[in-house]
Design a protein around this ligand. Sequence first.
Ligand code: FES
Length: 186
Amino acid sequence: MITRREIDEREQLTIAPDGKPLAEQPRWRQDFPIDWPQDHYVARRDFTKFMVLTSFAFAFGQFWIVVENWLRQRRGQLPMQAIAKLNELAIGKSLVFAYPEAHDKCLLVRLGEQQFVAFGQECTHLACAVVPEPDKKRFLCPCHNGAFDLMTGKPLMGPPRRPLPRVTLEIRNDTIYATDVEVSTV
Ligand code: FES
């Protein structure tokens, strides 16, 4: 017995201009079908593909962070590096520096007389450069409107799920030094 749904779907079927069945149509017509039922099927198939790929990328990202942490522990602590003089940075201002490698851009922000924070500048979503907004107590990522807490680097809004890597600091005499990078997955 034919159900109401099958009748509805048949009514929505359209014959391709050359009259051949869908399986014999060129690939482009199969991917952009002219029938609603087939179109819904392709949309569901693409959505499933998207979900599988996204889950795989997420799992791989987590795995990569664990491997990076493990490699860093094996290499030992990073070298201490002078990044600025105390009088170079007014309260509420920030500067960009590279640590531990020349391509690892980081941000140093002065919050008070002796209070500084530093984080990696690369957004943990898709690696855009974040911008400090000390008055709003956050780092803003302009690419997809993501934001991170200025004190902890934890995500506040938007797509990012992981905190910014924190650069640990030490002040000796009148100089601020970067001493290590802490990467967290939560
Ligand atoms: S790259 Fe930062 S929110 Fe997407």
